[in-house]
Write a protein that binds this ligand. Structure first.
Ligand SMILES: NC(=O)c1ccc[n+]([C@@H]2O[C@H](COP(=O)([O-])OP(=O)(O)OC[C@H]3O[C@@H](n4cnc5c(N)ncnc54)[C@H](O)[C@@H]3O)[C@@H](O)[C@H]2O)c1
Length: 437
């Protein structure tokens, strides 16, 4: 990959934007010091990313602008790297390119043909094949690579003090997740996880109603996440799909499960579980969640059903009306169980589908990431919060293997130790030293 040194002032006498602002003069010419290709600022709107797009139109495809923080106007937004531009990463690129506060996007993708085809759709993006190479030139990083690689990439970004949004699952082990949280604290960089459903307007409305007590006492929650595929090579169906269900349940209940009980099977290929049933036990509030996960189901299903003592609710992500509140319940006679003489009484009332704004959850999530960086605040779906989810996922794996209930450590028990560092010779340490060179 080639790198372009940009000088935003006339001639070679460079000075920072801060300095230029102080002197109340705007840069008039941009000199791109590679083969002395000049580009007038009027053609580029004074923006490095536009300049790069211009160069690309002239046949220069592998360019990454070499501009540091000190060269940007104070009003400029953040330069975001999206690592992994496959199915989900390309969606990040789409929403980030329309997110206020984002000044430019660098596509970091091993498959150059894929990156180039994405660049055709988003011409102001730049391409780079390695995160370490791009880190000095970006302000924030979104990681949307396969789960096995999250830990290493996120650690490299955090060590360079870059705020990171990591796709779910944060990592494929609890140790790795704790290491990331420890590194985020040490470096002061923000760590957020792509628990997209927490930004889903229907889920947020459901939580509002639940916490206002509209459904009464919660008897149970059932969640189903089923479809045919996609089989992933590096994680089983639980690590692929259950982060969503656990994050939704934790978010709705404002709690983390204290124990899990799981059963899973490797049906189509063997070796990797492709369907599972999981029971999540919450202590406060005392609620049981049941989750059905499958890569082997003919119909795509994304539902969460909540059964309460006063009302019931169904959130169906595939439906036109994603949230429905059923004014239905069952009662005994003065608390006594039903009998032939005194059968249970059923109450059937209205079914209400509240209006849900059709905002795209991923766009809301990514905007929250950018806003949190700019406003220097802890994001929702933080790294700390994700620890509870990763701990539950590990416990589920153990429960499946050992066929029994497994206790999940509490958030206090999950707190990373202050001295947590990767062992010497660890692949994370190697990634970091590469970056320092
Ligand atoms: N939040 C959600 O709703 C949601 C939905 C789908 C996927 N995801 C998550 O997004 C992540 C990616 O999933 P996907 O379905 O897009 O996978 P994918 O296989 O379609 O894309 C991954 C891309 O990453 C690239 N890649 C791998 N390692 C890389 C590296 N070191 N540097 C640069 N590029 C690299 C691959 O070439 C590939 O193009 C996963 O963690 C997945 O769980 C989240």
């Amino acid at each position: 990959m080639r790198s372009l040194q940009m000088d935003w002032t006339k001639g070679t006498n460079a000075c920072s934007y801060r300095e230029q602002a102080r002197q109340r003069r705007k840069p008039q010419f941009m000199t791109l010091k590679r083969n002395d290709v000049p580009a007038r600022s009027s053609q580029c709107n004074g923006r490095p990313d536009h300049a790069v797009a211009l160069l690309r139109m002239q046949g220069e495809h592998d360019v990454l602008p070499h501009y540091g923080l000190d060269r940007r106007p104070e009003t400029a937004g953040l330069r975001v790297a999206v690592v992994g531009c496959g199915y989900w990463g390309s969606k990040h690129v789409r929403v980030l390119s329309a997110t206020p506060g984002v000044a430019g996007i660098t596509l970091i993708e091993q498959d150059l043909a894929l990156a180039r085809s994405l660049q055709v759709r988003f011409p102001t993006t730049t391409i780079c094949t390695s995160l370490n190479e791009a880190l000095p030139y970006v302000d924030a990083v979104v990681i949307a690579t396969p789960p096995e690689s999250h830990g290493e990439l996120a650690l490299a970004a955090l060590r360079a003090r870059k705020p990171v949004l990591v796709e779910k699952p944060l990592t494929t082990s609890l140790d790795e997740a704790r290491l990331l949280v420890a590194e985020a604290r040490r470096s002061g960089a923000l760590l957020m996880v792509g628990h997209t459903f927490q930004f889903n307007p229907a889920v947020r409305e459901l939580r509002r109603r639940l916490q206002a007590g509209e459904l009464g006492e919660i008897y149970y929650i059932h969640s189903a996440r089923l479809n045919l595929g996609l089989y992933r090579p590096d994680v089983n169906v639980i690590w692929d799909l259950a982060p969503h269900d656990i994050s939704i349940l934790n978010f709705l209940l404002d709690a983390v499960p204290r124990s899990v009980d799981a059963w899973g099977a490797s049906l189509a290929f063997g070796g990797i579980e492709d369907m599972a049933y999981v029971k999540l036990q919450y202590d406060d509030p005392k609620v049981t969640g049941y989750v059905h996960l499958s890569w082997l189901d003919p119909r795509k299903t994304r539902t969460v059903t909540i059964v309460g003592s006063r009302k019931m609710a169904v959130y169906d992500d595939m439906a036109e009306e994603p949230l429905r509140i059923f004014d239905r319940s069952v009662h005994g006679h003065e608390g006594s169980p039903p009998s032939h003489e005194r059968p249970a009484m059923y109450r059937y009332g209205d079914i209400v589908a509240p209006y849900i704004r059709p905002d795209e959850p991923l766009a809301l999530q990514d905007r929250h990431f950018i806003d949190s960086i700019r406003q220097n605040r802890v994001p929702e779906a933080s790294g700390e919060q994700a620890l509870g989810i990763i701990a539950a996922l590990e416990a589920i794996d153990r429960s499946m293997r050992n066929r029994g209930q497994v206790t999940v450590p509490s958030l206090a028990e999950l707190e990373p130790r202050r001295d947590m560092r990767p062992p010497v010779g660890d692949r994370h340490a190697e990634a970091s030293s590469t970056e320092m060179r």
